[in-house]
Design a protein around this ligand. Structure first.
Ligand code: GLV
Ligand code: MN
Ligand code: MN
Ligand code: MN
Length: 399
């Protein structure tokens, strides 16, 4: 068994939160490639070095702490959403660091750590691990932009110490990722951990309605070609039409909207918005895409507008590796008997992209009130430590 140190683990987790600490409670603002993200990565690299690992940045900002020889990889991401919590991603990285450090102190097994870059999608969907895992070509990623129009290529060029090659995935025997659940199920059931069975697939694209910009005081209602009204009608229609297709697990979100020119007294001529949908079944994701395309085209035609679609980003649903899941289940039963469950993940994770390279599995700990992607995200310290112990037990069994 690996003798992890809970105090050291919690202290590191709190230290990482200081990079980009914001908002109320334990909020964090640490989007990929911003100054707090880069400072946090430099701090992490120093911790890896101190733990006896070799820190290595790859050309897109993924940070590895490498053990010698073939090793088990543990980690997640240390970037955050534009308004995020202190645990989303950070927990998995610091758990990996503590377990790798304990393994170094014990003289084995060989465990490496990783913090992937831009998991939270400033430039796309799990950008850093998608590139490393072969789900996204680097030249395509380089053209992707953030909400301000900055390209991924520009952002990574500004991170001075990115050099060298991608790390060879062949040296890793598998990948374990610990994460907060970001949903209500474990918390409500007062269970300690969840062993993830599979991760949903996702589609995400930008939609633009183009109507006619005009004066909000003088343009009669029947002559308007108001792009916001088109978006509102589109939203109502897809909510109705999805009802015949979806399951209780299916979700869809319009999370980003920009009206042009975004002023009180102007009928908006353009509405640009994000359309994202997720489900465990690729075929259902495809049918939802058809509904989105045909409904938007219908609204545009009825309201005398044009509609255009940006490139669609997507990741397929993936199942977790049976042997690594068994290691997590055995460890859970040993550490927190009867207080764990198997469950799917509705959030996306770096593990999705690594499933093409090596066996992967994931462990969840409860999120208080199911809150995440918000400053209020938190988990009881007892649950953080229980999760660390379960993960360490699984790593010892799997390595
Ligand atoms: C995670 O950040 C997700 O968006 O699923
Ligand atoms: Mn995350
Ligand atoms: Mn997240
Ligand atoms: Mn994420």
């Amino acid at each position: 068994m690996l003798d992890v140190n809970p105090e050291r683990f919690l202290a590191d987790l709190h230290r990482l939160r200081e990079f980009g600490a914001a908002g109320v409670g334990k909020g964090v603002v640490r989007p990929a490639f911003g100054a707090p993200d880069i400072a946090a990565r430099d701090w992490l690299a120093a911790q890896m070095q101190a733990a006896g690992l070799v820190p290595r940045f790859d050309p897109v900002g993924n940070l590895f702490g490498l053990a010698a020889g073939p090793s088990l990889l543990i980690g997640s991401h240390s970037d955050s959403q534009p308004e995020g919590g202190w645990l989303d991603g950070a927990l998995g990285v610091i758990a990996g660091l503590e377990i790798a450090r304990a393994a170094q102190e014990a003289g084995g097994p060989a465990i490496s750590v990783v913090s992937f870059q831009d998991e939270e999608g400033r430039f796309g969907v799990t950008t850093g691990s998608a590139i490393w895992g072969g789900n996204l070509a680097l030249d395509v990623a380089d053209q992707q932009t953030d909400a301000q129009g900055i390209t991924f290529a520009e952002a990574r060029a500004a991170m001075a110490h990115l050099a060298g090659d991608f790390v060879d995935p062949g040296q890793f025997t598998g990948f374990l990722e610990m994460h907060i659940e970001q949903g209500p199920w474990l918390f409500e059931a007062q269970e300690a951990v969840g062993v993830v069975s599979d991760i949903v697939g996702i589609r995400d694209m930008r939609v633009t309605f183009e109507g006619e910009q005009n004066h909000a005081g003088t343009t009669p209602m029947h002559r308007r070609r108001d792009a916001f009204q088109a978006l509102a009608r589109f939203n109502g229609l897809i909510n109705d039409r999805f009802r015949n297709v979806v399951t209780p697990q299916t979700v869809w979100t319009i999370g980003h909207v920009r009206l042009h020119p975004d002023a009180h007294s102007i009928v908006p001529g353009r509405a640009v918005f994000s359309m994202q949908w997720r489900d465990g079944d690729s075929e259902r994701l495809r049918r939802m895409e058809e509904i989105i395309q045909s409904t938007a085209a219908q609204v545009a035609q009825e309201m005398e507008m044009t509609v255009t679609f940006g490139p669609m980003l997507g990741l397929e649903p993936v199942a977790m590796d049976a042997r690594l899941q068994a290691a997590l289940r055995e460890s859970a039963e040993a550490e927190v008997p009867g207080r764990w469950r198997a469950m799917p993940s509705g959030a996306l994770h770096d593990a999705t992209n690594l499933a093409r390279l090596m066996p992967v599995a994931m462990l969840f700990v409860p999120s208080i009130n199911g809150i995440s992607h918000a400053f209020g995200e938190d988990t009881d310290e007892a649950d953080l430590v229980a999760g660390l112990r379960v993960l360490a037990g699984a790593a010892a069994r799997a390595a």
